[in-house]
Design a protein around this ligand. Structure first.
Ligand code: SAT
Ligand code: MN
Length: 579
């Protein structure tokens, strides 16, 4: 017996019987264990040692070239009623889902070690946290889960105390895309994923548990599981605000969460609570409180430099697992946008010839959050942090202004539901195509978006002290494809306006689509953005927005009768104002 919890022991025995591993290892989360996992992977070739003088504790993992991103078409939500999963998910009846994936799990761990990985999503002592156990035959997964979650004996102790946990079963299988499935059974609080070793498909605490299972569970229990960073801002006067912001994968969440204030903002301080996921619930004072369920970052590497994100760049100089980057002649990690050195080997391990990128566009770093120079101690707070503003955003070269504020909570929910964004390399698909990505949850909402929106709307009955809701777009371009807004640290200027709106001090103009910054309301001191550029960043192109509103209406209608009427009513207000 490795645990006092019979339900856990029985499940582990059952999976072992099904998958037939040579050995079973229960992870305790210790340093010694982590080092042993690293050594094992160095010995078997899963990891390559990087230059230990320049990058102590850093290693490189090369994925199978067909396994470098999430695969949405192989990701399923299996619920008894198809309408519970909704048109936003691939669906299968649970019995069929189990049968299909179980056939692949049969005997798949022969010759391998099965790792039993107890994890806690969120601070160990937080009532908002939830636990799970991942079973995996990948030491890479075990090591990454150690960096990304509170993993090991403390999590196991909480699981034994509570008696409940999400069952997260994973195997790399044969890494064959034809034998790859990522299955979610929200009604059973379980996940079965096989055939991929890549991040979101394999580190099951992250997107599978914290978002897909989490969003389903949150709707039942009255909280929110969101694809949001959490960042704390302190003004020179000592006022502290926390902002939760949702952007699709690879749209700069990590950079915003670790933002470095521009030099014109002396005395401003920024802290990261989380860079990808927020779990939020209403506190006794009616405010929304957020925890980061994760304990590490699985961030996009290319473009990370002292210029774009010095905190991130510094953070990944030691004790980091790199996945799919290039290497230099003296064995340092290298990627597009790296300030120095040159690659000799690309992410596949081939000699670099400059014809294709050295680092895969979705190459990643895995690193403990505690290495972040601006890590917030509040990230360990059991109560979470009070959220002043919720920000939604997408990557849109046209239309969406730099920033706008929702009229009220319901309008904010509509704003979130209407998010559109250009596809990035974080998932398989055509990069650059615009698709609707409500609340940046399109790939991650574990149930019907219509029910998810109803749940969001219901919060206005729970409290009158909710955060204000905003929409931002850092990615507007001119007709030659140049970005109109400098982004990165300069985004603080926009966040300052947002905070000003929360405090009632920043000026806005009411428009048909929401409240936009009044001329001069955003601090542009020392910034080289021409007046006419700023005007186009903060104005409403009525004709274009009419089309957009029609598009949003068609999109909402595609979810059928389950969509709350309040969403259509709110949209009609916008449409009336546009006419
Ligand atoms: O692969 S992950 O889902 O973990 C990263 C991402 O796409 O956001
Ligand atoms: Mn993400």
């Amino acid at each position: 017996m490795n645990t006092t919890l019979a339900a856990l022991q029985d499940w582990v025995d059952e999976v072992a019987k099904q998958t037939n591993p040579d050995r079973i290892h229960w992870c305790d989360g210790s340093d010694t264990e982590y080092q042993a996992l690293i050594q094992l992977m160095l010995d078997n070739g899963d990891l390559l040692e990087l230059n230990q003088e320049t990058h102590p504790g850093c290693y490189l993992h090369r994925s199978d070239p067909n396994d470098v991103a999430r695969v949405e078409k192989l990701t399923f939500v299996c619920t008894e009623d198809e309408n519970v999963a909704g048109p936003n998910n691939n669906w299968m009846p649970p019995a069929e889902g189990h049968a299909k994936v179980d056939a692949l799990f049969d005997g798949c761990m022969q010759g391998r070690t099965m790792y039993v990985i107890p994890y806690c999503m969120g601070p160990i002592d937080s009532p908002i946290s939830r636990c799970g156990v991942e079973i995996s035959d990948s030491p890479y997964v075990a090591a990454n889960m150690r960096l990304m979650t509170r993993m090991g004996k403390d999590a196991l102790a909480r699981i034994e105390r509570e008696g409940t946990f999400v069952k997260a079963q994973h195997s790399i299988g044969e890494l064959d895309p034809n034998k790859r499935l990522i299955m979610h059974f929200p009604e059973e609080l379980s996940i079965k994923s096989i055939g991929s070793g890549y991040g979101g498909n394999a580190l099951l605490g992250k997107k599978c548990h914290a978002l897909r299972i989490g969003s389903y569970q949150a709707a039942q229990e009255g909280w929110l599981a969101e694809h949001m960073l959490i960042v704390g801002l302190e003004s020179p006067e000592g006022e502290r605000h926390y902002i939760a912001a949702a952007f699709p994968s690879a749209c700069g969440k990590t950079n915003l969460a670790m933002l470095i204030p521009p030099e014109q903002f002396p005395g401003w301080k920024i802290w990261t609570v989380g860079d990808d996921i927020a779990w939020m619930s209403v506190g006794s004072d009616g405010r929304l409180y957020a925890i980061n369920p994760e304990a590490g970052y699985f961030g996009v590497v290319p473009g990370t430099s002292p210029k774009t994100n010095k905190n991130a760049f510094d953070m990944i100089q030691r004790d980091t697992i790199f996945t799919n980057v290039g290497v230099t002649a003296d064995n340092q990690p290298w990627w597009e946008g790296h300030p120095e050195g040159e690659p000799v080997t690309d992410w596949k391990g081939n000699p670099y010839d400059g014809s294709t990128p050295a680092a895969h566009p979705n190459s990643r770093f895995t690193v403990s959050a505690t290495q972040n120079p601006c890590y917030s101690e509040e990230a360990e707070s059991a109560a979470g942090v009070p959220i002043s503003a919720i920000v939604f955003g997408g990557r849109r070269r046209e239309l969406a202004p730099l920033v706008m504020e929702a009229r009220n909570w319901t309008h904010g929910v509509l704003m979130g539901a209407s998010v559109g964004s250009e596809q990035t390399a974080a998932a398989e698909g055509t990069v650059g195509e615009i698709r609707r990505d409500p609340m940046a949850m399109k790939p991650f909402c574990g149930h019907n978006f219509a029910d998810y929106w109803s749940h969001w709307l219901s919060f206005s009955n729970k409290s009158s002290n909710l955060p204000k809701i905003f929409h931002v777009n850092w990615f507007r371009q001119d007709k030659d494809g140049n970005f109109l807004w400098p982004g990165f640290g300069e985004n603080l200027r926009v966040l300052q306006w947002i905070i000003g709106r929360c405090e009632g001090s920043a000026a806005a103009e009411e428009t048909a689509i929401g409240n936009l910054p009044a001329p001069g309301a955003i601090n542009l001191a020392g910034l080289d953005v021409a007046d006419d550029v700023m005007r186009s960043l903060t104005s409403v192109e009525v004709e274009h927005w009419r089309e957009e509103a029609n598009g949003v209406k068609r999109y909402l209608e595609s979810f059928g009768g389950r969509v709350p009427q309040a969403m259509f009513d709110e949209l009609e207000k916008t449409q009336a104002a546009l006419n």
